[in-house]
Design a protein around this ligand. Structure first.
Ligand code: PMP
Length: 464
């Protein structure tokens, strides 16, 4: 740490935090009485330092899979600074230089997709996609084709409409009533296929996709406008889709004229080893939303990208005063986001971080399998690129989920060892039993060995 704050200053900051900040996603009573609250003060590369100067190796890229290019990137800070002193903001109908250039650069990586809509959070990007689906339903189908399908265990954001499309029940509890017109389809987690009635031993992927078709037929295909899916389900358990799944999903969407909306808020911009998660599976979405890795958390930015065909539906009749997307995002006009995002992409390209992600992801997957050979509590290992999970069970035959307290104890044990790992969403009762790992795309074999050694020790300690 550079000593900007002395110890007294920092204990004052800890107190100020404890007394004044309403933190995300935690129960406050235990947090406030914790003996050792944490403030993260500084970061460099894969590491962060807390208020006591303790070093942590961050295996979750800022807690929620965001800091893809690692901490302390001066070139991004400089790009943002230069842009801010030139023009920090302008919104509405006028464009900006970084906004135009980032859209051009990103869309080059997304063949078949042609238009970029700027906003400022993953939830907001998803909401805008939902609004487009609704407006298309009004424009083309007399309001009928307005339903949006979402999947069990997927998450699309925190607003009421996004929670209406939320497949994680406890996250939704106490926030209803929800928006109508959102319909759930079953998950595609092969490891838990035995819990799904009728699931076959073979060709599970095609069967899982066929369950979506069943829902479409039950709802009426002329009422379904879009299907919204994560390419690899993140907080719902790091669920990689089974073989055959995506081809069948694409076929079903084409068959019933349903827009395929891929939520790349977590997987987007390199996390899985390709620019986007959907590119791992050879599919062609109509709409893609992204946020976290777009500027690696150096500035807030989120994007909704669509095909030209979707865009065109909003401009076919200029005499109709409602014939445009009547929507704005105040902070979609901040220039820091696209300025940071351009430099973020340059780093990923120049440092060959997609290649690194593929190689290090395969290495880490092997290491997790080796850990599973040693610890029977690991029931399943899965993931893509540097986005990996290990599902913990009480025994491998029944596959009964490991107790939440024990999963959290593994996370806490790693933390005490100076390695920050994650666990899938605490709000999935009985399903929050996976450890998850999403180190920055710069991770080396040494970093991965360090993470694996900490998990090895933690599993040994907790499940001794
Ligand atoms: N989609 C997915 C897949 C996410 O994981 C998240 C956030 N964790 C969101 C959407 C919402 O993004 P935000 O928190 O930026 O609104």
């Amino acid at each position: 740490m550079d000593g900007t704050f002395n110890e007294n200053d920092l204990s004052r900051v800890v107190e100020a935090d404890r007394k004044n900040v309403w933190h995300h996603l935690i129960q406050h009573q235990p947090f406030e009485s914790a003996i050792d609250p944490r403030i993260i003060v500084e970061g460099k590369g894969m590491k962060v330092w807390d208020q006591k100067g303790k070093e942590h190796l961050d295996a979750v890229s800022g807690g929620v899979w965001t800091v893809n290019v690692g901490y302390g990137r001066e070139s991004i800070a400089n790009a943002v600074r230069d842009q801010l002193v030139k023009l920090n903001y302008f919104a509405g109908s006028a464009g900006s230089i970084p906004g135009a250039l980032f859209a051009e650069k990103l869309l080059e990586k997304m063949p078949g997709l042609d238009r970029m809509y700027y906003c400022n959070s993953g939830s907001e990007a998803n909401e805008k996609a939902f609004k487009m689906v609704r407006q298309i339903a009004h424009k083309k189908y007399g309001g009928k084709k307005h339903k949006i399908l979402y999947r069990d265990r997927d998450y699309h954001g925190t607003t009421i409409a996004c929670l209406s499309a939320g497949g994680q029940d406890e996250r939704n509890a106490q926030y209803g009533p929800f928006a109508p017109g959102f319909v759930r389809v079953p998950h595609c987690l092969e490891y838990r296929a035995f819990e799904q009635e009728g699931a076959p031993q073979e060709n599970y992927g095609v069967w899982a996709a066929d369950q979506i078709e069943k829902v479409i037929l039950a709802e009426g295909p002329d009422t379904v406008g879009a299907l919204c899916l994560e390419p690899v389900t993140a907080g719902g358990g790091v669920i990689t889709p089974p073989d055959g799944y995506w081809d069948r999903v694409q076929e079903i969407c084409k068959k019933y004229d349903i827009l395929l909306h891929i939520d790349e808020v977590v997987c987007g911009v390199g996390r899985t080893g390709t620019w986007f998660g959907y590119q791992q599976y050879g599919i062609q979405p109509d709409m893609v939303t992204m946020a976290k890795g777009v500027a690696s958390g150096y500035a807030a930015i989120a994007c909704l990208v669509t095909t030209e065909a979707v865009f065109d539906m909003f401009k076919d009749d200029p005499s109709d005063k409602l014939n445009y997307f009547r929507d704005i995002s105040t902070f979609g006009g901040c220039t820091a986001g696209p300025a940071a995002a351009i430099e973020n992409m340059r780093i990923i390209e120049d440092e060959k971080l997609l290649e690194n992600t593929t190689q290090m992801g395969a290495y880490m997957l092997d290491q997790l399998h080796a850990l599973a050979d040693k610890h029977a509590v690991i029931g399943d290992v899965r993931g893509k690129g540097l986005f990996l999970g290990a599902e913990l069970v009480t025994d491998r035959d029944s596959r009964a989920p490991a107790e939440e307290a024990k999963v959290q104890a593994v996370v806490g044990n790693c933390m005490a060892q100076g390695v920050i790992i994650g666990a899938t969403n605490r709000s999935l009762p009985g399903k929050n039993n996976s450890l998850c790992f999403s180190p920055a795309l710069i991770a080396t074999k040494d970093d991965i060995n360090h993470i694996i050694a900490a998990v090895d020790k933690a599993l040994g300690d907790v499940f001794a």
